[in-house]
Design a protein around this ligand. Structure first.
Ligand code: G6P
Length: 502
């Protein structure tokens, strides 16, 4: 990247602690600020592979808008690697102490370059303060009625959590779990979900091995290794990522200063539940359904068409940067809680809890029951054949309906089916084969897609969604409500049970 004086500069976060959202914020802020153009910055990051069992470390390319490099750029980089004949190694380059903030200048083969070690959190904290009302969140956190807990799963989010939640917002040190970043994530798997965020899940009263004597906190959250994904929990209550983005969108204007003049639009990835669609329709907002992958949101944001977006894979964010943002999502929820509790933090008034907010949302907009089944390490050829069969079945919906009705007569008819194709309204590009959708007449959906991140063989993902508007039925357990749809899965996938259920 070029610094203001034209000297090439490498930016390094102090002690190597840089989160993905902070990188995006820094690129937008610094590159934009000095008017120079980055053709691509890269960092070594703990990237996460939701489909696979292991963490992998990789190089991530971010563009000048702070977003991930599109395939055209990474393909070009890959092509270039094939023609590299030699690369020089500067063995005598003095070591840069990355624990000390400052700039070190070097004379390189192609001229001068700088290495700047900077505080990894400074730019990000500044950005968060410009988005949220820190004073109102501070009040919430200091209320004896409200208890808070954040688990960084030993990922890089720990550094930001300490700075923001403890130093800026006054949360107690003891409310931070696993917030010391560790290279091996403390031996755990830094995935913010009910399976891997075990300690948090137990503390929030959601595990079978709860300590019955200890009252769980009112609010709990986790972020993944590079802090771009998040999980939101209430006391003994799980908020699905699909509900989380819908609830943030529904409350953004009232609760978050950055959005006070209105939302430009909202977007979700195709397999994410339609909870956000209902909010968009009710509030008259522009709405977009894009394929899985954050880059599709970035195009909309760059064109000023989208303010809030989210994915079922625990990614939530807004147009403040071009990455999903775990800490942002936590601050968004704390803002909503602070707003809803404006009148109830003092005196005898009862606290409006996370669960209250979600149930109120369902009562207003209806509830989307939602489950994702992952069939990991499926034979790649068999997976392709399965997809082919599912596409073929789409031309014989009466037969599909007959089979389903034969098992569960009460299930609505499949009204239409298609293979999701996205026409990008910004650049006109077309993305085909983005998942197979069976759309039921009552708004329920059955979606199949092959994961783009699985590490061995193929990972087939099946997303099951059922919409319930009847307020007397919105409190049922998700699995119960979906049972009629789930019973068809074995036949569709050729497997008796999924590897992971989310
Ligand atoms: O293709 P999948 O395995 O479902 O993975 C999907 C996820 O992969 C990465 O994490 C992307 O950054 C996400 O935007 C995407 O949702």
């Amino acid at each position: 990247m070029a610094a203001a004086n034209g000297v090439r500069r490498v930016w390094v976060g102090q002690n190597g602690l840089l989160s993905t959202p902070a990188v995006s914020a820094i690129i937008r802020e610094r590159v934009g600020a000095d008017g120079s153009r980055a053709t691509g910055a890269f960092i070594l990051t703990a990237s996460h592979n939701p489909g696979g069992p292991t963490e992998d470390f990789g190089i991530k390319y971010n563009m000048e808008n702070g977003g991930q490099a599109p395939e055209s750029v990474t393909d070009m980089i890959y092509e270039n690697t094939k023609t590299i004949k030699k690369y020089p190694i500067a063995e005598d380059l003095p070591r840069v102490d990355i624990s000390a903030i400052g700039i070190t200048s070097f004379e390189g083969l192609e001229g001068k370059f700088d290495v700047e070690v900077f505080d990894s959190a400074d730019d990000y904290v500044k950005l968060m303060k410009s988005i949220f009302d820190f004073e109102s969140i501070k009040k919430l956190l200091s209320s004896p009625k409200f208890t808070f807990c954040f688990d960084a799963l030993h990922g890089v989010a720990g550094a930001y959590a300490h700075r923001i939640f403890v130093e800026e917002l006054g949360a107690q040190e003891s409310s931070l779990l696993n917030c010391v970043p560790k290279e091996d994530f403390g031996g755990g798997h830094p995935d913010p979900n009910l399976t891997y965020a075990k300690e948090l899940v137990t503390r929030m009263g959601l595990s079978k091995t709860d300590d019955a004597g200890v009252e769980p906190p009112e609010f709990g959250a986790a972020a993944d290794g590079d802090a771009d994904r998040n999980m939101i929990l209430g006391k003994r209550f799980f908020v699905t990522p699909s509900d989380s983005v819908a609830i943030i969108a529904a409350n953004a204007v009232a609760a978050i200063p950055y959005f006070s003049s209105g939302l430009k639009g909202v977007a979700r990835s195709m397999p994410t539940s339609a909870a956000l669609d209902v909010v968009a329709k009710t509030l008259g907002l522009k709405f977009f359904e894009v394929p899985t992958g954050w880059k599709f949101f970035c195009n909309l944001m760059d064109a000023g068409m989208c303010s809030v977006c989210g994915e079922e894979s625990f990614g939530t964010g807004s147009d403040h940067i071009r990455e999903k943002d775990g800490i942002w999502a936590v601050l968004a929820w704390l803002s909503i809680l602070a707003h809803k509790n404006k009148e109830s933090l003092e005196g005898d008034a009862k606290l409006v809890t996370v669960e209250d907010i979600v149930r109120q949302h369902w009562a207003t907009y209806g509830r989307h029951y939602y489950t994702r089944y992952d069939y990991e390490n499926v034979d790649a050829t068999a997976a392709k054949e399965l997809m082919g069969l599912l596409v073929k079945l789409q031309s014989s919906l009466p037969d599909v309906n007959k089979i389903i009705k034969g098992i569960h007569p009460e299930v609505a008819n499949v009204g239409s089916a298609d293979e999701f194709e996205y026409n990008d309204p910004v650049d006109g590009s077309v993305s085909k084969h983005q998942g197979i959708r069976y759309l039921f007449e009552d708004g329920s959906r059955l979606v199949f897609r092959l994961s783009g991140t699985g590490s061995e063989g193929a990972t087939v993902r099946v997303y099951i969604e059922q919409y319930e508007k009847d307020t007397s039925k919105i409190s049922r357990d998700s699995q119960d409500a979906l049972a009629p749809l789930l019973s068809k899965l074995q036949e569709f996938t050729g497997r008796s049970s999924p590897t992971v259920i989310t």
